[in-house]
Write a protein that binds this ligand. Structure first.
Ligand code: ASP
Length: 359
C-alpha cells in the first residue's frame, strides 16, 4: 500500500474516499489525521466511546485528573478556528486542558499574514512549527484534508483534527452524536434497529452528512431525512447509504415520522450559505419545528437531539423534557474529543491501564 508521503496531491485527491481514509489513518485503524467520517469503522467508534466513558470517570477525582493532565503535558495544540464558533472552540479547548496540552489559538485570519497576501496553506504550515496538533474549523471545504496531506509531506507531520469544514463534514460532532445515541440506548437494547429522523436544513448542514455515515456501522438503522424540498439531503449522502446497504427514506412530512422515531435530530437553517440575500427566509420551514405538541407525538422512550446552536426549531419549553438530549450532547462532546485527542497521541492504552488499576 502506498503511503500518503509518496503521493502528490493530484494522485492522493483522485483516490476514492475509502483509500484516502486509509492514508489518513494509522495501521491500528485509528485516525492519525481526523478529516472525515469515512475514516471510522465500528471498532474505532467503540474504542473511542469506551475511552470517553473511562476518561469521564477518571476525571472525577483529583488523582485521576493529575494522571490525565500528565498524559500530554509535553504537547501543544493550535486551535485554528476562522469560522465563527464558541461551543466547539471551548469544547476542544477543554478537551486539551483535560489532557494537559497547552494551546494557542487563531480566530481571525485577517489579523495574521494571510491579510498580507500569504496563502492559508503557508500560514498553517508556519504555525504548525510551533505545535504538535492542529484543530481546525474553516469555511473552506477540503482545507483540513489538503493541510493533512501537505503536513504529511513535511519533516514534522503534525496531526490535524477537522472541527468543521464548510458544508461538508463535521466528524467530531458526529462522534459525539454517536456517543450520545449509544449512551441513550445502552440499557434499552443498544444502538441497533433504530429509526433516526434528521430534520431541517439537510442540504447545507454538515453534521447530518457525517452522522448518517457513522450510523451505517450500526445494525438495522433506518435513516429518515425530513426537510422542505429546497433543503433536501444531497444525493451523494443517499448514494453513500445505498453503498453501505442502509435503509433510508426522504420525506417532507415531519408529523408522519415523529411517532416512528427513536431519535429526532433537529438542525437549524444554515442561512450563512445563502447565495442571495433572504434566500432562506423565503422557504416555509414552519412544519419542521418541535414544540410541546410535536413532543406529544413522539414515543415516550424516543430522544431529541440538536448539534446547536438552535434558533426556533426547538421551542425552549421542550428543554425540561427528559427526552431532550442536546445539553448532554454538549458534555459528551468534550469527553469524546478528549478521547480522540488522546487516541491521536496513542494514549488510549495508558488510560485503560489507569482505569483498570484505580477504578
Ligand atoms: N454547530 C454545528 C456546525 O458547526 C451546527 C450548526 O452550526 O448549525 O455545523
Amino acid at each position: 500500500m502506498q503511503s500518503i508521503q509518496d503521493l502528490s496531491w493530484e494522485e492522493y485527491s483522485a483516490l476514492p474516499i475509502s483509500r484516502r481514509a486509509e492514508c489518513l489513518s494509522r495501521t491500528d485503524g485509528m485516525p492519525l489525521h481526523t478529516i472525515f467520517a469515512q475514516q471510522f469503522d465500528r471498532a474505532s467508534l467503540d474504542r473511542l466511546c469506551d475511552s470517553a466513558t473511562k476518561i469521564r470517570a477518571i476525571a472525577k477525582s483529583r488523582a485521576g485528573m493529575q494522571f490525565l493532565q500528565g498524559l500530554l503535558f509535553h504537547k501543544r495544540a493550535m486551535i485554528y478556528f476562522t469560522q465563527p464558533s464558541s461551543r466547539t472552540f471551548l469544547s476542544f479547548l477543554s478537551a486539551c486542558q483535560i489532557l494537559g496540552l497547552r494551546t494557542g489559538e487563531v480566530r481571525d485570519a485577517s489579523v495574521s499574514s494571510e491579510f498580507k497576501g500569504e496563502s492559508r496553506e503557508d500560514s498553517i504550515r508556519t504555525f504548525s512549527s510551533y505545535f504538535d496538533l492542529i484543530v481546525m474549523r474553516t469555511r473552506e471545504k477540503g482545507l483540513a484534508e489538503r493541510m493533512a496531506w501537505a503536513l504529511s509531506q513535511s519533516k514534522r507531520p503534525v496531526p490535524i483534527i477537522n472541527a468543521g469544514s464548510g458544508k461538508d463534514q463535521h466528524p467530531t460532532q458526529a462522534l459525539l452524536d454517536v456517543y450520545t445515541l449509544q449512551r441513550s440506548f445502552e440499557r434499552r437494547g443498544g444502538l441497533r434497529n433504530r429509526t433516526v429522523v434528521y430534520v431541517g436544513d439537510l442540504a447545507r448542514g454538515r453534521t447530518v452528512r457525517s452522522l448518517s455515515h457513522l450510523l451505517t456501522h450500526y445494525e438495522g438503522i433506518r435513516h429518515v431525512f425530513v426537510s422542505p424540498s429546497a433543503l433536501r439531503i444531497g444525493d451523494d449522502v443517499l448514494a453513500d447509504l445505498k453503498d453501505a446497504g442502509a435503509q433510508f427514506e426522504v420525506s417532507d412530512d415531519l408529523a408522519a415520522w415523529l411517532p416512528e422515531a427513536d431519535a429526532v435530530y433537529m438542525t437549524r437553517i444554515q442561512d450563512e450559505w445563502d447565495e442571495s440575500a433572504g434566500e432562506s427566509a423565503k422557504i416555509d420551514t414552519s412544519r419542521f419545528k418541535i414544540g410541546p405538541e410535536q413532543m406529544r407525538m413522539m414515543r415516550p422512550d424516543a430522544i431529541l437531539m440538536h448539534p446547536l446552536p438552535r434558533r426556533d426549531e426547538i421551542a425552549t419549553e421542550v428543554d425540561s423534557d427528559p427526552r431532550a438530549m442536546y445539553w448532554r450532547q454538549v458534555r459528551n462532546g468534550m469527553w469524546i474529543r478528549t478521547a480522540l485527542i488522546a487516541s491521536t497521541f496513542d494514549c488510549l492504552s495508558r488510560i485503560d491501564h489507569w482505569f483498570r488499576d484505580n477504578l
